[in-house]
Design a protein around this ligand. Structure first.
Ligand SMILES: Nc1ncnc2c1ncn2[C@@H]1O[C@H](COP(=O)(O)OP(=O)(O)OP(=O)(O)O)[C@@H](O)[C@H]1O
Ligand SMILES: [Mg+2]
Length: 390
């Protein structure tokens, strides 16, 4: 087992302060495992798996069944029983409630819509991402890149076992999980859409153009995109626009969030193939963007990219209060300062600009610009101040 103490600590903290905590994340990312660990360490805990008929039967009258429980009460696969939310509200509102509810789910929409309305002020959310560089160790950087952060894909005994686990994952996702979402998209359509996204990975996204090549309206394209984003499969980076005399790009960039799944969708099965593939640069960029966001502890609404029509660009812009951190990602071992970097620095008034590269060392490139070795990311990049715990 790869320890995920950082997440355990965060969730424990949230449970201490909120009657209901939602632990959300992609399928197979390790939600149940983490919840079992938390429940196992608590003095009292109760576990309900809403995909098990026996557990569902125990909850026929939810208030009656859950009312007397104490300690941590886990409700796994809550998206199966959104009708439990009103009961949770009643139970959460009891003075000195003896129980804390930890609800787990892999499809955000139902939960978010229902709970944010009726459980407002009583529920806190924590998203469990795939394994991070900090969890697997910086020496496993290349393995994490190739295989991605789903625990089973990462820990598989061989590269080919990992690849076949990921192929099965995508099939199950399309055949079983997608039909359970409240979106009317045939799995075959979504499968084609997902492969198209893999080919557009890390590119600026033009819904009308994609719609045309896909033979549907740009509204439909947006709907597919939102559906996939809610299943935690995608990272959508919004464009940052500054008040400048330059024309700036106004469409988002889309990444397949997990590099291992990207490789599956592109039929890349080992590191030789990856290194020779035309998408190697895009894959590396997405992987480093995701690793940076995790390391910084940045929320999705703090993360942007920036580009002008005249060619200046910044792969990742992270806003933390009045501070603006810029990141460029280069799959080279000898990064240098480019005019585009100088433009980004001055136009956006960056606090600093880090150029993540594939070489061995971290060193200054110019005033406020550093070259940072990607495998030293954990040593050389500090978490955001607003995220640091005392
Ligand atoms: N920290 C870990 N280290 C190693 N393996 C792990 C870890 N966490 C989870 N796994 C393995 O990954 C698989 C998926 O884990 P788990 O069932 O907890 O995920 P989940 O998010 O609840 O998935 P689902 O949404 O499908 O219910 C399991 O086989 C589990 O043993
Ligand atoms: Mg589970």
């Amino acid at each position: 087992m790869i320890p995920r103490d950082n997440h355990a600590t965060v969730v424990r903290g949230l449970l201490a302060r909120n009657p209901v905590v939602a632990l959300l994340g992609a399928r197979q990312v390790g939600k149940t495992t983490l919840a079992r660990k938390l429940a196992g360490a608590a003095r009292r805990a109760e576990f309900f798996d809403l995909e098990r008929a026996a557990d569902v039967a125990r909850l026929t009258d939810p208030e009656l069944a859950l009312g007397p429980l104490r300690g941590i009460v886990v409700l796994d696969e809550i998206q199966r029983r959104p009708d439990l939310v009103p009961a949770l509200r009643v139970l959460a509102d009891r003075p000195r409630s003896p129980a804390r509810f930890l609800v787990l789910g892999s499809a955000a929409p139902v939960l978010l819509r229902q709970s944010s309305e009726s459980l407002a002020g009583r529920i806190a959310f924590h998203e469990l991402p795939g394994l991070s560089l900090a969890e697997v160790g910086a020496t496993a950087l290349d393995r994490l890149w190739l295989r991605g952060g789903f625990p089973r894909a990462f820990t598989a005994r061989s590269t080919s076992e990992s690849a076949s686990w990921r192929r099965d994952f995508v099939r199950t996702f399309l055949e079983r999980d997608v039909p359970q979402l409240d979106i009317a998209i045939p799995p075959v359509t979504l499968e084609r859409f997902l492969s198209m996204l893999a080919h557009y990975h890390g590119q600026v996204w033009n819904a009308s153009e994609l719609g045309r090549s896909f033979g549907v309206s740009h509204h439909a394209v947006r709907r597919y995109l939102e559906a996939l984003e809610r299943t935690f499969m995608l990272r959508v980076l919004r464009p940052w626009a500054e008040n400048l005399a330059k024309r700036q790009v106004k469409s988002p960039k889309v990444y397949i969030r997990d590099s291992g799944l990207l490789h599956t969708l592109l039929d890349i099965d080992d590191s030789n193939h990856l290194e020779r593939h035309p998408k190697v640069g895009a894959s590396w960029e997405g992987f480093v963007v995701e690793a940076l966001i995790q390391r910084l502890g940045a929320r999705a609404d703090q993360c942007y990219f920036w580009a002008t029509h005249s060619g200046a660009e910044l792969d990742l812009l992270v806003i933390d209060g009045t501070r603006r951190f810029g990141f460029e990602i280069k799959r080279t071992t000898a990064p240098s300062v480019t005019p585009s970097m100088r433009n980004a620095l001055s136009d956006l008034g960056l606090t600093s600009l880090d150029v993540l590269h594939a070489g061995d060392a971290t060193f200054p490139l110019a005033l406020s610009i550093r070259a940072v070795a990607a495998h030293r990311l954990l040593d050389d990049i500090e978490p955001l101040k607003s995220q640091r715990r005392t």
